[in-house]
Design a protein around this ligand. Structure first.
Ligand SMILES: Cc1cc2nc3c(=O)[nH]c(=O)nc-3n(C[C@H](O)[C@H](O)[C@H](O)COP(=O)(O)OP(=O)(O)OC[C@H]3O[C@@H](n4cnc5c(N)ncnc54)[C@H](O)[C@@H]3O)c2cc1C
Ligand code: SF4
Length: 349
């Protein structure tokens, strides 16, 4: 029997889980496949986070620092789990760096993969230099200057296309990625702040700035920053003879074809299941739900259980979610893992 907890993935979910377990004096082994901790906000260079407005490198950087400075936490970077044997309370785990560890519980915070816009070729990504993803645009915002990648000019018009790789049955992505409406309205404001002469257009099917984000992002972006919202179905992004991008589609409010010239087009990419999930499912012996995210065990009394006893799953590994929610999942998994281990120890005594 071991009361050490293995946490896999060092994004917001895993960092929160590791800090939670360590805060009650238990040992944690934290395994991250990349050589950098922090998950998507750090690995993809997000700019200012919603809803706090804090730079990702500062906010998530604090979470990383807390874990790196905790003597109860041993960190293995650039490492994956290759084998998990045993049962709840006593798992023997082999890591790709040759280490073996004995742990009582496993927490999976293995997250998601950004949708690859190459899978939506008719919208110009990979063909035109000035068609970018939200993560690339956030990286541009972080430089403090908004310019067209192709020739360095200040854009007159930027279009942000929502739901790229989400809510799209044709390419097998039926889910809503939950956070991209809010992220995009925030991005529109950031672009306008840095480049006041640029007009920003958001092309949408529906706006889903959930909960308290409605007035803070959607209305503010429209009323204070003059973002133009166009309810449309996009057919394609092409180039005009004068070199500008053309966003072609149908305005679904007035039911008319629209073609508007743009200088930069941004794909608001969605959240796909982690590309490692088939491997994670096999290695950890946990199920996948129908879209390929990790499967929950039971919702209401064994919250955050996976389909294998002693293995917990939360955060965006379960489906698209925002950072605040993922941090709560991490803490809740820490509570579940420690509580279940304590109950096992008491039973054994
Ligand atoms: C464009 C975009 C912008 C966003 N901006 C915001 C925002 O401003 N505010 C907000 O609240 N949310 C935002 N989000 C959502 C945010 O990215 C997620 O909520 C958050 O990253 C999820 O954290 P996570 O730890 O569950 O997963 P991740 O951040 O994906 O972290 C998972 C970690 O696990 C590691 N990992 C994966 N597989 C393995 C493996 N097999 N072995 C070991 N390690 C592994 C990964 O390398 C990674 O470090 C945005 C999302 C997108 C797509
Ligand atoms: S949050 Fe908005 S942009 Fe993202 S998938 Fe849902 S509706 Fe589309």
């Amino acid at each position: 029997m071991s009361d050490t907890v293995l946490v896999v993935g060092a994004g917001p979910t895993g960092l929160s889980a590791a800090a939670g377990v360590a805060s009650v004096g238990k040992k944690v082994i934290l395994v991250e496949k990349e050589n950098v901790l922090g998950g998507a906000p750090i690995l993809s260079g997000y700019a200012k986070l919603v809803p706090s407005g804090e730079w990702a490198k500062d906010a998530i950087g604090r979470m990383v620092k807390r874990v790196e400075g905790d003597s109860n936490i041993t960190i293995h970077k650039g490492t994956k789990v290759t084998k998990v044997e045993g049962d709840a309370g006593n798992f023997n785990v082999t890591l790709s760096n040759g280490t073996t560890v004995n742990v009582g519980a496993v927490i999976l915070g293995t997250g998601f993969t950004h949708f690859d816009s190459i899978n939506k070729p008719e919208w110009g990504f990979g063909t035109f230099e000035d068609v970018l993803t939200t993560t690339q645009m956030e990286q541009m915002v972080a430089t403090g200057k908004i310019t067209c990648p192709s020739d360095g000019r200040v854009p007159e018009r930027v279009a942000i296309l929502l739901c790229v790789g989400s809510r799209d049955r044709q390419i097998g992505r039926e889910w809503c990625s939950k956070i991209c409406c809010t992220v995009s309205t925030n991005l529109a404001m950031e672009i306008k702040e840095l480049s006041p002469t640029t007009d920003v257009f958001i092309y949408y099917m529906d706006i889903r700035t959930f909960g308290l984000y409605e007035d803070k992002f959607y209305w503010k972006s429209q009323e204070e920053f003059k973002t133009k919202f166009v309810k449309a179905r996009i057919a394609e992004v092409t180039k005009s003879p004068d070199g500008r991008l053309l966003v072609k589609g149908e305005d679904t409010l007035v039911k008319r074809p629209i073609i508007i010239p743009m200088d930069i087009v941004v794909h608001a990419v969605g959240m796909d299941p982690n590309e490692d999930n088939p491997e994670i499912s096999k290695t950890f012996g946990v199920g996948l739900e129908k879209h390929g995210f990790l499967e929950r065990g039971e919702h209401y009394t064994s919250t955050f259980s996976s389909t294998r006893r002693g293995v917990y799953v939360g955060g965006s590994a379960l489906g698209p979610d925002d950072i605040d929610t993922c941090i709560s999942h991490g803490l809740a998994m820490a509570m579940r893992a420690v509580g279940d281990l304590n109950a096992m120890v008491q039973k054994a005594a």
